[in-house]
Design a binder for this molecule. Structure first.
Ligand code: NAP
Length: 262
């Protein structure tokens, strides 16, 4: 039997990350689980070893703490057995921009963007050298909708989408698959953690359905997977409109609408 690569999953103690852990274990992959809550990950690891007979390591780390994320980067650089990185850890801060504390905003940006890009940067050279590997980055449809009023969270998710598309462009010729997954509202602890009353929440996608759909996109090697979007043609049209602008960017003279009145 071919040996399956292991999967390092961040934010694996609950929610989308824990569900990815279950699904990859079911497929026979060994796992490295990363989050802060060691006890929760130990419990999940025990269950996955028992149910699926796979090897599961628990690597507790606060990804916003420079000394702790470095240990995860080292593992990604040095462990040739890891062939898939799922960059899932993420958070939101409740309230509008004016109400959000500056330190909370910085922590959010650090977790959702800096940590994610550091881990991708740690592993990409090894994957590219091997001509194989996959990086899955969990974004959000909020990154496409400034009108939702979740400006900082959405901006971090726009970063995740752009980074993923750019890395896909750079790394797919080297044999490395990069996928951005854009969930919409999904039933996890994310909402209560950001101060939203769960009772006030509208109906939302179940986490198992979300991850199974994301893995269908993974198996098809989609570069961008948007599980809730039923009309895939809308995404294709959006990309076509963006690509159509590119020749227009290569201009020596400003557009006539910016001609100075002076
Ligand atoms: P969740 O249930 O709140 O889980 C978040 C995970 O991230 C937990 O395992 C948490 O574990 C970990 N985490 C949080 N802060 C961390 C830190 N400083 N260092 C390391 N790990 C940390 O949220 P979720 O809904 O599964 O979210 C997963 C991803 O999906 C996030 O990137 C989120 O933005 C994205 N997403 C979620 C939704 C949604 O509606 N749920 C929609 C779109 C996108 P510990 O507390 O143990 O550290």
């Amino acid at each position: 039997m071919a040996t399956q690569s292991s999967v390092l999953i961040t934010g694996a103690s609950t929610g989308i990350g824990a569900t990815y852990a279950d699904r990859f274990a079911r497929r026979g992959h060994g796992l490295v689980l990363v989050a802060r809550d060691k006890a929760r990950m130990d419990e999940l690891a025990d269950r996955l070893r028992r149910d699926y007979g796979v090897a599961v390591d628990v690597l507790p780390a606060d990804l916003t703490a420079p000394d702790q994320i470095r240990a995860v980067e080292t593992r990604l650089r040095d462990d040739d057995g890891i062939g898939i990185l799922v960059n899932n850890a993420g958070a939101n801060v409740g309230g509008g921009f004016v109400a959000q504390a500056t330190d909370d905003v910085e922590r959010l940006v650090t977790l959702n963007t800096t940590a994610l890009v550091r881990l991708a940067s740690a592993v990409a050279p090894r994957f590219a050298g091997a001509g194989a590997g996959a990086i899955v980055n969990i974004g959000s449809v909020v990154g496409l909708v400034p009108e939702f009023g979740m400006s900082v969270y959405g901006a971090t998710k726009a970063f995740v989408l752009f980074l993923s598309q750019g890395l896909s462009h750079e790394l797919s010729p080297k044999g490395v698959y990069v996928q951005a997954v854009l969930p919409s509202a999904t039933r996890t602890e994310l909402w209560s953690r950001s101060g939203v009353d769960p009772a006030a929440l509208p109906p939302m996608m179940e986490v198992g359905d979300l991850v199974d759909a994301a893995l269908a996109g993974f198996d098809r090697r989609e570069s961008v997977t948007i599980p809730p979007l039923h009309d895939a043609g809308q995404w294709d049209a959006f990309q076509a409109a963006r690509l159509a602008m590119i020749p227009g960017f290569a201009q020596v003279h400003p557009a006539p609408r910016y001609a100075s009145a002076a």
